[in-house]
Design a protein around this ligand. Sequence first.
Ligand SMILES: *[C@@H]1O[C@H](CO)[C@@H](O)[C@H](O)[C@H]1NC(C)=O
Ligand SMILES: *[C@@H]1O[C@H](CO)[C@@H](O)[C@H](O)[C@H]1NC(C)=O
Ligand SMILES: *[C@@H]1O[C@H](CO)[C@@H](O)[C@H](O)[C@H]1NC(C)=O
Length: 312
Amino acid sequence: MIHIYFACVFLFVDTVFSGHVGTPIKTNDRPIIGVLAQDVFNPRPHRNSFIAASYVKFLESAGARVVPLMINKTDDEYTRLFKSINGVLFPGGGVSLKTSGYSKAATVFYRLALEANSNGDYFPVWGTCLGFELLTLLTSGELLLSHTNTSGVALPLNFTADVRDSRLFKDFPVDLMESLASDPLTENSHQWSVTTEKFTKNEKLKNFYRVLSTNTDGQNEFVSTVEAYDFPIYATQWHPEKNAFEWTRPYIPHTPPAVKTTFYTASFFVNEARKSFHSFASVEEEKKALIYNYKPEYTGTQSAFEQIYYFD
Ligand SMILES: *[C@@H]1O[C@H](CO)[C@@H](O)[C@H](O)[C@H]1NC(C)=O
Ligand SMILES: *[C@@H]1O[C@H](CO)[C@@H](O)[C@H](O)[C@H]1NC(C)=O
Ligand SMILES: *[C@@H]1O[C@H](CO)[C@@H](O)[C@H](O)[C@H]1NC(C)=O
């Protein structure tokens, strides 16, 4: 106990034990996760880019703090931030996967994450919806999207046999896994998907990601959850953050198991970030970077998001 106490006070690093005996695993219990901003459709003064607040709440709900990653910054600036944060989340949205500030920044963070992880420096990456699509592009080098009729629908996950050995779902309760497989808990807001066929025919994707679930729009089956085999890289075509935090659309599920899905997913990813030991050069620099420096606006009356952070 004393050991844990001192570790906590002096290093901000806690020590947990796997089981009652065994090797202590060091964790960083003050994880900070970068959430990537994206270009707004109609820029206005002080409103050139944004982050939907639900992604921030999602991560905060599991014990992380958030740093907004602004678009159009230099590679040097992204590298400096990369060394300061413990994971990155690419949110959903509606910008170009090839030319937007969002895709350019994500390309840099993805490359840095591959490099770091290859050198034993653990750094997790999460992609949601557009973030999922972008990760498939970054991994394969190809845009493999097909149109699907999935722009506003909750679906049950069709789990693959590989889900049993997955890292992502390993700690989900059995009853929640049953609900996810049988009830429409996961919300889809996308017109484009990577079909199972295109995914499995692409050697780069197939060899990089383990497919954990698929879905169908009635015509085409598409991949809906993946985790990389050898990297802490995860992506869902569906929106885990919406169940607990977005209310503007009638098809977003808010049942107890749907809301639990938000929290178990967040908890999984934040635990991944606890394995990263990057940190800001100083407490002052950390304070200046945190999203607490910005105020979300209530936008639920005219937008799909209840609250949005806008940036210059
Ligand atoms: C980002 O750069 C693009 C051009 O590359 C520009 O159109 C856009 O206004 C910039 N956005 C921000 C927030 O700097
Ligand atoms: C698209 O899916 C919705 C259900 O989510 C269904 O009502 C509609 O008929 C579908 N449209 C087409 C063109 O298949
Ligand atoms: C689930 O996926 C399997 C394998 O692709 C497929 O055979 C099955 O029809 C799918 N089930 C549903 C309900 O989509």
